[in-house]
Design a protein around this ligand. Sequence first.
Ligand SMILES: Nc1ncnc2c1ncn2[C@@H]1O[C@H](COP(=O)(O)OP(=O)(O)O)[C@@H](O)[C@H]1O
Ligand SMILES: [Mg+2]
Length: 228
Amino acid sequence: MSLTITDVTVRRGVGPVISGVSLEVRPGEITTVVGPNGAGKTSLLEAMSGIVPIAAGSIQLDGEEISKTSRRKRSLLGLKHVEQGRMIFPSLTVRENLQLTARSKKDFDEAMALFPELEKRVDSLSVLLSGGEQQMVVLARTFAAKPRYIMIDEMSLGLAPVVFLRLVPVIRGIADSGVGVLLVEQFAQLALQAATDAVVVTGGRVSYHGPATTLLADEQLLRTSYLG
Ligand SMILES: Nc1ncnc2c1ncn2[C@@H]1O[C@H](COP(=O)(O)OP(=O)(O)O)[C@@H](O)[C@H]1O
Ligand SMILES: [Mg+2]
């Protein structure tokens, strides 16, 4: 069981923005992808969720080839993509945001249980929540849809580090429930601390793939992974 991509190439405009990238996400684990701005991280996730086609390679979800299937089909198969800059529906309450994706009261309750900070705000309009709480609503709404794999693109963007710090255990909780998590971040010390595997993408290629602890311990490598 895994979400596995093998030798994936993505072309955009004149040339490839992703070249021969392979990686794996396993249920219950967090794989973190880091890389400088423009490295191709967002393009990679967009290819995996079906927003852009791949030019070569394969994408397998628990053994099933999905690279030719529609974005909607991939989502129905349990592959969810939290896009960069994704926001809540501001004029809805927290409860209503979750009810958009939860198919049963049980799914709703299980999502709420993972986000105790949201429980007391459940009937607040989402627009009145803090930036960190709004991102929790985005995660809770995605989790309520009962995904098998969640890909999260730069959730820390625009959040104070101390706020993102509160999201990390929540993302850990999502993984602990059995969901495979692919976390994409540019500045990712915190995201790497939560991860099992780390992948560094620079210039559309994998320049490191291995234990997150090894990357965290290598200052030189870590610097290249942020700055290219
Ligand atoms: N819609 C698009 N059309 C053409 N080129 C794009 C598009 N989106 C991104 N790119 C290019 O693809 C490369 C990778 O961008 P992106 O995937 O956004 O990287 P990252 O998320 O790592 O910052 C960049 O050179 C960027 O200019
Ligand atoms: Mg990006």
